[in-house]
Design a protein around this ligand. Structure first.
Ligand code: TYM
Length: 328
């Protein structure tokens, strides 16, 4: 199994990124060959301030390590450091159609209300397919919101193989049973998101304890006072229960048993402490990494070399299959 996944350096990472994606990365790293990428080229599909992009790229890389990704096991690198991502995105973009790209939910959401958006935003899924297929990856751990992009990647791989001969494995999405869809603390119908305007809708991995406590205290709940998991009838409380279960390691049923119909107050207070306890070691490691920036730089330099070495043979093969002349 070869595993690839990426996170965009746009805004601060939150519990959704952690529980939906990074948790699976750390689970997989000891049993598979893994590549974890900071996808800075994807971030450019919407306008970015250059200094903020630089800082966010380093921050995501540092949070990968702080959350437990071990660069001695996994390849940790920045997308733009391996130029083949952009090259393969072009080649695969010539196989993807405007019809299928236009049907992507994320594209529809991000382009809604704009008369015109960047070509990059439209072509985004071809770049994502390139990320994955460049390393002939077989498994892609992601949250539920990336399911459709993964389907398109599979279609593109199959299309390429059918036209030019078996080249790419068709990768499987690797989506957790709980945590794949962590919802907003302010609206349980919306997913927790880096780009939502209201910062109270998400717990960021670098939020200080006081902010975590305040956000959880303010989190919306459902009518009634019973702490029960029922996505339909009690979407807000169900979301909080799932977060609690994931950060504490206790099953949802045990938490329901403990808090039952005792009201939301104690439940939320304990949840806040569980989240604070979960984040504390991550924040400690993050601060250590900040204090020694050379280490992170060295990890990313090494990652770029290792990723580039894996990408080269794919690109030689792909170019030849498409009929591009060998490079002199
Ligand atoms: P991004 O940067 O939006 O999110 C990073 C990862 O976090 C997951 N995630 C969530 N999981 C659960 N609940 C949530 N509320 C939540 N919000 C985000 C995402 O599903 C994702 O796994 N297009 C991708 C980045 C990407 C990529 C790739 C991923 C680029 N190339 C190749 C995998 C393979 C994205 O924008 O993720």
């Amino acid at each position: 199994m070869r595993v690839f996944s990426g996170i965009q350096p746009t805004g601060s990472l939150h519990l959704g990124n952690d529980l939906g994606a990074i948790r699976q990365f750390t689970d997989l790293q000891s049993r598979a060959e893994c590549l974890f990428c900071v996808v800075d080229l994807h971030a450019l599909t919407v306008p970015q301030d250059p200094a903020a992009l630089r800082a966010a790229t380093l921050q995501v890389a540092a949070l990968y390590l702080a959350c437990g990704i071990d660069p001695r096991q996994a390849v940790v690198f920045v997308q733009s450091h391996v130029a083949a991502h952009a090259e393969l995105a072009w080649l695969l973009g010539c196989l993807a159609t405007t019809g299928e790209l236009g049907r992507m939910t994320q594209f529809k959401e991000k382009s809604r209300g704009h008369e015109s958006v960047s070509l990059g935003l439209f072509a985004y899924p071809a770049l994502m397919a390139a990320d994955i297929l460049l390393y002939r990856s077989t498994a892609v751990p992601v949250g539920d919101d990336q399911r459709q992009h993964l389907e398109l990647t599979r279609d593109i791989a199959q299309r390429f193989n059918a036209r030019f001969g078996e080249t790419f494995p068709v990768p499987d999405a690797f989506i957790g049973k709980v945590g794949a869809r962590v919802m907003s603390l302010q609206d349980p119908a919306e997913k927790m998101s880096k780009s939502a305007a209201d910062p109270a809708s998400r717990v960021e991995l670098l939020d200080p304890p006081a902010a975590v406590r305040a956000k959880i205290r303010r989190a919306v709940t459902d009518s009634g006072r019973e702490v029960r998991h029922d996505r339909e009838a009690k979407p807000a409380v169900s979301n909080l229960l799932e977060i609690f279960a994931l950060v504490s390691g206790e099953p949802v049923a045990a938490l329901e048993g403990r808090y039952g119909d005792g009201g939301y107050g104690r439940f939320k207070a304990d949840l806040a402490e569980a989240v604070v306890a979960h984040l504390e070691p991550i924040q400690g490691r993050y601060r250590d990494l900040q204090a020694a920036p050379d280490h992170l730089e060295a990890v990313l330099a090494d990652g770029a070399v290792r990723a580039g070495a894996l990408a080269d043979p794919t690109m030689r093969d792909v170019r030849a299959r498409l009929g591009l002349l060998p490079r002199p």
